[in-house]
Design a protein around this ligand. Structure first.
Ligand code: SF4
Length: 218
């Protein structure tokens, strides 16, 4: 694993803290998604976390509260993190796209997947988060996060279970987005896929555990 100090990501001009980054995200008009969203949803978590989790985009609840992973998918994620031995307070949680993309169906706001242009336009903020937090390992939750981090489309089934390397050497693990489990109807399938999801998170638990050991030994 690369040491945190060896990572060399560029900060966006004028942004030197997560608070400044959140302000820039709130003011962002780099793609049209800000127009129909309530607010941008910045990443949240431990400032110098060794592990970062990246989802797709905020959902309805996240859009209203301004916090990442607080809706139904967030509850699945919390349970899976606990089962994998990862305290949520120890990681940094964010999304590849910071505004909620949706369409109206009656009074309901239904999630719409961000397109390649929106992912690319928002990448600057994810890279700035990485430059500020400097995680040793990143977990991409779903295809959108993987595309943003790796710079190419990947098939999750082909890359899950592998340790990938981002251009700067950061370890990356790709798994499903927890909202996928919520859409599964068959309970047996859901339980099996939940266990696979927890298994995909275990390498990140190992990173956290080894970083704790090196901290304690220092
Ligand atoms: S989704 Fe990202 S790039 Fe688009 S307006 Fe929001 S913060 Fe800016």
């Amino acid at each position: 694993m690369p040491d945190k100090r060896q990572l060399d990501l560029e900060l966006s001009p004028g942004i030197n803290s997560l608070a400044e980054l959140a302000k820039a995200e709130h003011e962002c008009t780099r793609c049209p998604l800000y127009k129909d969203a309530t607010q941008a949803v910045p990443g949240e978590g431990r400032k110098s976390a060794h592990v970062m989790l990246v989802g797709e985009q905020p959902g309805d609840k996240e859009d209203l509260t301004g916090k990442p992973f607080v809706g139904p998918a967030g509850r699945v994620l919390d349970r899976a993190l606990a089962d994998a031995g990862i305290p949520r307070s120890e990681v940094f949680v964010t999304n590849a796209v910071k505004h909620f993309k949706h369409e109206m169906r009656g009074k309901r706001r239904l999630h719409k997947r961000p397109n390649a242009y929106e992912i690319e336009r928002c990448k600057i903020w994810l890279e700035t988060e990485r430059a500020l937090v400097k995680p040793v390992a990143i977990v991409a939750l779903g295809a959108t996060a993987a595309r943003s981090l790796l710079g190419r489309a990947v098939t999750i089934a082909k890359v899950r279970g592998q340790t990938l390397r981002l251009a700067d050497g950061t370890a990356a693990f790709v798994t499903i987005h927890p909202s996928w489990l919520l859409r599964m109807e068959d309970e047996a399938d859901k339980e099996r896929e939940y266990k696979n999801f927890v298994a995909d998170l275990r390498p990140a638990a190992k990173v956290l555990s080894s970083s704790h050991k090196s901290r304690n030994a220092a």
